[in-house]
Design a protein around this ligand. Structure first.
Ligand SMILES: Nc1ncnc2c1ncn2[C@@H]1O[C@H](COP(=O)(O)OP(=O)(O)O)[C@@H](O)[C@H]1O
Ligand SMILES: [Mg+2]
Length: 287
């Protein structure tokens, strides 16, 4: 029997349904709490496989915890979904932007600075309003609109006084003229499992489900499919949440999520999302 190691740091709804679906699909599931592991560089491939399983699904919420456990298990010869390379890229918005840009996948124009003064220069080039984001992070946290120079100065000052070197990286993006929604697609390998619009709630501009965004089924057009699948392939492929926006020039990809949440999608889409995810994992396990 094939054992799936499900690496987590918190059991959400997604981890519960994935466990149930995997077991129903004939997999033995070994849930591993990343907060309790003690990984030993001396372990052999066989020992590592014995302790964890034949294939690993990485579901840690903490980016760095996920990245480091994936690095360890992958280097010990286990197939981890997603790979360390994909995790590294998707967990960092700048690395994602650069890959998308290089592959000519439409993505918002982004400027990078490391001090308040140079960030204000970036804003002079981009114009207002613009968007300031942390390079690592999710759920819309600290993603702010810079409406004018005063707001920008205040936000940049606050960020520069925050602890941690990641807060000293100013990733500043053009504000895309989109409707009050974006599009979340869930991708497994070379196809889109599900797609939904996410509408920003009243009084909020961000569309994240975690900020109260509401989902609605989204029909996948040829353009959406083309842009999303190229984005997924460009970052290295796997199980991904590719997020897109409808700009006046067409579909843009603004983010690729490495450990995709799909509770919102499952509540509006008529497809069996956990079923499709487990099917993808089974296919990888057989390779
Ligand atoms: N450049 C942009 N133009 C317009 N809206 C944006 C832009 N970037 C982000 N947003 C909005 O903010 C939300 C959060 O941004 P995102 O880059 O996805 O960060 P997070 O990883 O925190 O979800 C997006 O879902 C979208 O609604
Ligand atoms: Mg997002």
């Amino acid at each position: 029997m094939t054992t799936l190691a499900l690496m987590y740091d918190r059991i959400r709804w997604e981890e519960k349904v994935l466990t149930k679906t995997a077991e129903a699909g004939g997999l033995n599931v070994n849930r591993v709490d990343a907060k309790t592991v003690s990984l030993d560089s001396d372990w052999s491939i066989e020992e590592t496989r014995e302790k964890f399983g034949d294939i690993v699904l990485q579901r840690c919420i903490s980016y760095f915890r996920g990245l480091h456990t994936t690095a360890f298990l992958e280097s010990k010869g286990l197939n981890v979904i997603n790979s360390m390379d994909v995790t590294l890229t998707c967990g960092n918005k700048l690395l994602t932007t650069l890959k998308l840009e290089k592959a000519k996948v439409p993505t918002p124009r982004t400027l990078l600075s490391f001090t308040e003064d140079s960030a204000l220069k970036s804003l002079q080039i981009l114009g207002y309003p613009a968007v300031l984001k942390p390079v690592t992070g999710s759920w819309g946290r600290l993603v702010v609109q810079l409406k004018d120079k005063d707001t920008a100065q205040a936000m940049l000052e606050m960020r520069s006084r925050m602890e941690g070197s990641l807060n000293q990286i100013f990733y500043i993006q053009e504000m895309v003229e989109r409707p009050p929604r974006d599009i979340r697609t869930i991708v497994a390998g070379d196809h889109i499992i599900a797609a939904l619009y996410r509408y920003a709630p009243e009084g909020e501009w961000r569309t994240n489900i975690s900020t109260g965004g509401k989902g609605e089924i989204c029909k996948v057009t040829g353009e959406l499919e083309d842009v999303v699948l190229r984005a997924a392939e460009t970052v290295g492929g796997g199980l991904l949440g590719v997020d897109a926006m409808e700009s006046p020039e067409g579909i843009l990809v603004h983010e690729v999520n490495n450990t995709v949440e799909f509770k919102g999608a499952a509540s509006v889409c008529d497809v069996d999302i956990p079923g499709a995810i487990i099917e993808y994992i089974l296919k990888q396990a057989r390779r």
